[in-house]
Write a protein that binds this ligand. Sequence first.
Ligand SMILES: Cc1cc2nc3c(=O)[nH]c(=O)nc-3n(C[C@H](O)[C@H](O)[C@H](O)COP(=O)(O)OP(=O)(O)OC[C@H]3O[C@@H](n4cnc5c(N)ncnc54)[C@H](O)[C@@H]3O)c2cc1C
Length: 470
Amino acid sequence: MSTPAVAPAETSPYAAFSFWLETCGDDLTPRPALDGSTDVDVAILGGGYTGLWTAYYLLKSQPSLRVAVVERRIAGFGASGRNGGWCSSKLNIGLDAVAGMYGRDKALAMQRALYDTVDEIGRVCSAERLDAGFAKVGALFVARFPYQIALMREYAGMFERFGLGAHQRLLDAAETEGRVRVRGALGAWYCPQYGRVHPGRLARGLARAVERLGGTIYEETEVIDFAPGARPSLRTARGDVRARAIVLAGEAYLTRLRALRRCLLPVYSLIVLTEPLGASRWNEIGWQGQECLASFRISIDYLTRTDDGRILFGGRGAPYRFGSAIADAYDRDAPTHEMLRRLARGWFPSLEGARFTHAWGGPLGMPRDWMPTVHYDRESGVATARGYTGHGVSASNLAGRALADLLLGRATPLTELPIVGHRPPPWEPEPLRYLGVRYVQRAFARMDEEGERTGRAPSGRSLAERLSRH
Ligand SMILES: Cc1cc2nc3c(=O)[nH]c(=O)nc-3n(C[C@H](O)[C@H](O)[C@H](O)COP(=O)(O)OP(=O)(O)OC[C@H]3O[C@@H](n4cnc5c(N)ncnc54)[C@H](O)[C@@H]3O)c2cc1C
């Protein structure tokens, strides 16, 4: 492993979970665990972005509230401390699909709220001095093969149809090359409304901001169950946290709780990271704007240029595990990590001979209909926000603000968003789930291979594409 940019986290076992935790700027010493039952106003399961943003906005609105976050490992241990660092103004579900469920106006409101969210994260980072490396860098989705041109035009067409053309631009091959020299790039979709953060610093900084506002974070304390009711509670082996409302903000890990086993599908996203690259390689690659970078590959890729001059290359493709199993051992999958290194060299031939210093991954939570949900049931006292798939860095902030409004009984434009109150159907029971998900994973990879070979985009009507939606 390389020398961390900012001291001494590498001595903690938690540093091994991602480069971002390793370089987050604190020593990752766990906060005290819960020590006996306690009473608060709001008890939150999960110290990721969702739990922390919810706590942050609650305390900002009502400083006298007693808010407790209960975290199984440490704040930022989950996807929030491991992701690609994209602050995206996108959900996993397209505007068309949202409009199909909730109408055009709601879909538009959702998209506008996501654009605003990128700025909101930048605003809080600077107001709270979070030192999270926020930069509004925009995003470039590159079409690298002829079949991806069709997918790119279709994507841009969707924004045009919603009157959002001003938020995007299609770049031809030469314009794309002016920004970043990617092998085979035929053009790109550009959107300025994307940001980039250091995920570990955001999660850890946010946790400290919550504490400054008076919140309490219990670490290394696992919630083993929850009880709804007039006085709902989070149950742990070290005592219960009783509250007026509880918030379940554990994303993929929620599926470990009996009542929520089928609410999400844990999907592993994996990442490889190069050493800091020298000037000659950067001269060849360009990418001075440090935009969030991806292609229109169906099986998902995402790239980030780090502040210390590395390339992060992430993608899905690690196999789904029977029974939605999650384990630290699954964070590393040798064949998938090797595939990602190969793909990275395919993008940038100058990476030949460069060292890859880090490889990690983690589970994200995918709902059955691809649409996240934010929900508070006053009667049971149970609230949740979850199901962002690979787009939770921004969406969790939006969800946290909406949850705070719901919990405080405020009707606002955020509580009118279509994700609020949305109830995705459950995933199929096993073994159907395993068979279906593995089939779709393989079919998506095959579609990319076939598209590269034939130049034709998939029809959108294949069994795998239909299975992967509803
Ligand atoms: C490798 C990877 C790359 C990604 N890249 C991006 C990206 O570039 N941009 C983007 O927008 N999104 C990305 N995502 C998704 C994004 O990181 C997540 O959507 C987001 O972090 C979700 O935040 P969260 O707080 O809801 O969940 P998490 O960050 O997973 O936090 C949940 C927390 O709850 C805790 N917990 C769970 N169960 C319990 C329990 N029973 N008791 C106590 N605590 C519990 C966990 O330990 C964890 O800390 C990526 C995800 C991964 C895995």
